[in-house]
Design a protein around this ligand. Structure first.
Ligand SMILES: [Zn+2]
Length: 166
């Protein structure tokens, strides 16, 4: 903390206490250079960072979108609702505690991948294999739908091939 009188950076905290309202911390400081005293107030500020897409557009963090994307990746997978809730909670905690005012959509994708990796390998692969080429988590949905379609078309054909070769 820089001294407001002489701009020196070497200041010392002499006393720390909560404000009467309890929503801020009051610190009495002393400048080691000019010996003047001053008081600072610290407020807790926890806010979700704004999401910045690759094209530079900004949007609010939407928990419903995050959940929708996770659920899509986890579709038909044996993962409990509690485990999904916990994963979403961890992602939100990381965003909140990052202290950043803005965060790239890609970083959220990375957080989602990390959680999916712990939850379910198949869901992780589903997400990881398609997510990287998309702007945000929401666009991932269309891609997963497309993969499902390809899978259901390919499987009977693959089975037929195996029959022929075997
Ligand atoms: Zn000073």
């Amino acid at each position: 903390m820089r001294c407001p009188y002489c701009q020196h950076e070497d200041t010392q905290v002499m006393d720390t206490r909560a404000s009467d309202e309890g929503d801020s911390i009051r610190r009495r400081r002393r400048c080691n250079h000019c010996d003047k005293r001053f008081t600072t107030y610290e407020r807790i500020e926890l806010a979700m960072p704004v999401i910045v897409k690759k094209n530079g557009s900004r949007s609010e963090f939407e928990p419903a979108k995050l959940r929708g994307s996770l659920m899509l990746a986890l579709r038909k997978r044996p993962v409990s609702a509690d485990a999904v809730d916990a994963a979403i909670h961890r992602i939100e905690e990381k965003l909140l505690s990052s202290g950043e005012r803005e965060i790239n959509s890609g970083q959220i994708g990375e957080l989602v991948m990390r959680e999916l990796k712990r939850l379910d390998k198949i869901a992780y692969i589903r997400f990881a294999s398609v997510y990287r080429s998309f702007e945000d988590v929401a666009e991932f949905r269309d891609a997963v739908d497309a993969i499902d379609e390809v899978d259901s078309e390919r499987q009977p054909a693959a089975a037929a091939r195996e029959k022929r070769s075997g």
